[in-house]
Design a protein around this ligand. Structure first.
Ligand code: SIN
Length: 273
C-alpha cells in the first residue's frame, strides 16, 4: 500500500482511502480494499470518476451483481441502479436509516455508490456501525437479542412513489427471516441486523409486541457515537458492507438535483452470532 493513505473517518466506522485508482487497480490492491471494507464497514475513495464499465468491473470483483428490482436502471447499463433526486422532490431514496436488500433471503453484501451529479450543498450520507452498537449493549440485552429472529419485507417500496420508486406488483416477495444478531459472514463479528425500513416484527412476536423493542433498537444503534458522515465530492466512490453498517441519505438540498449510480453485490444467507 506504498502510496496510499487510509484514514479513519470516525472512531467506529468508515475510512478514506487516497492514492488508489479503482479503475486501474490490480487484484491484490482490490483485495486490500475488500479487507479494509470488512474492517471499517465503509470505504470512501475520492477522485475516481468511474465509467459505468469501470463500476461494473469493480462490482464483479466483489461478487455477482444483485440487480435491485425496485430502482430505475441506468438505461445504457441496466445492472446499475439510478439513485436520483429531482429538484421538485422533498424526500430522497434511502432517506431513513436502513440496510440495502435486507428483505432478500441472501441480502446484498455491499453497495457501491458513484457520484454523478451533486447538489451545491448537503446530500451527505451517514453510516452507523452495527457491530459497535452490539458491543455497547448490556450483556442482558445482547443475550436476549441473540435468541431472536425478525421478519423483513420489501413492502415499504409500495409507498415510495414520492421518491420516484413505482414498482410493478410482481417485484414484491414474501417476507424473509434473519437473525437479529448476525455473525458477519467474513469476520465473524456480531452485527445488529434490524432496520426501520424493512424489519416487520420478531419471529413469534406480534407487530404490536415488537414495536417497543424495535423502536428502542433503532434509536440505540444509530446514536451519533456509532456513526460517520460522508460528505460527497465530485467523482467520489463509496463502498459499504451492508452487514456491518446501516446508512441514511440526507434530504437537505431541496430544489437541486443529485444523481448517483449504485450497484449492489450479492451476499449469502445470514447466520446467528
Ligand atoms: C442508498 O440508500 O443506497 C442511497 C444512499 C445515498 O444516496 O446517499
Amino acid at each position: 500500500m506504498t502510496n496510499w493513505t487510509l484514514k479513519k473517518l470516525s472512531g467506529h466506522c468508515g475510512a478514506r482511502l487516497e492514492g488508489l485508482s479503482l479503475a486501474s487497480a490490480s487484484t491484490s490492491q482490490l483485495e486490500i480494499v475488500r479487507s479494509s471494507l470488512f474492517e471499517h464497514g465503509v470505504i470512501v475513495l475520492p477522485d475516481q470518476y468511474l465509467t459505468p464499465e469501470d463500476h461494473i468491473k469493480l462490482a464483479e470483483f466483489f461478487g455477482e451483481i444483485d440487480v435491485n428490482r425496485f430502482f430505475t436502471p441506468v438505461a445504457s447499463h441496466p445492472t446499475i441502479a439510478e439513485v436520483r433526486t429531482t429538484p421538485e422532490q422533498k424526500n430522497v431514496i434511502g432517506g431513513t436509516w436502513h440496510t440495502d436488500h435486507s428483505y432478500d433471503a441472501a441480502p446484498a453484501m455491499c453497495s457501491i455508490l458513484s457520484a454523478q451529479q451533486l447538489p451545491p450543498f448537503g446530500g451527505d450520507t451517514h453510516f452507523a456501525s452495527m457491530s459497535s452498537a452490539y458491543y455497547a449493549m448490556s450483556s442482558g440485552l445482547q443475550n436476549m437479542l441473540r435468541h431472536l429472529s425478525a421478519w423483513h419485507s420489501d413492502g415499504s417500496f409500495g409507498s415510495s412513489s414520492d421518491v420516484g420508486i413505482n414498482p410493478k406488483q410482481d417485484a414484491f416477495r414474501d417476507p424473509v427471516l434473519h437473525p437479529v444478531i448476525i455473525k458477519h459472514p467474513k469476520t465473524g463479528a456480531p452485527c445488529v441486523y434490524v432496520n426501520g425500513d424493512f424489519t416487520l416484527n420478531f419471529e413469534n412476536w406480534t407487530i404490536e409486541e415488537s414495536i417497543p423493542l424495535l423502536s428502542y433498537l433503532y434509536a440505540f444503534i444509530t446514536k451519533p457515537i456509532f456513526t460517520a458522515r460522508v460528505v460527497w465530492e465530485p467523482g467520489m466512490v463509496v463502498i459499504w458492507d451492508n452487514r456491518l453498517v446501516q446508512h441514511y441519505a440526507t434530504a437537505d438540498y431541496s430544489g437541486h438535483t443529485r444523481l448517483m449510480h449504485r450497484i449492489t453485490v450479492g451476499g449469502v444467507p445470514l447466520e446467528p452470532f
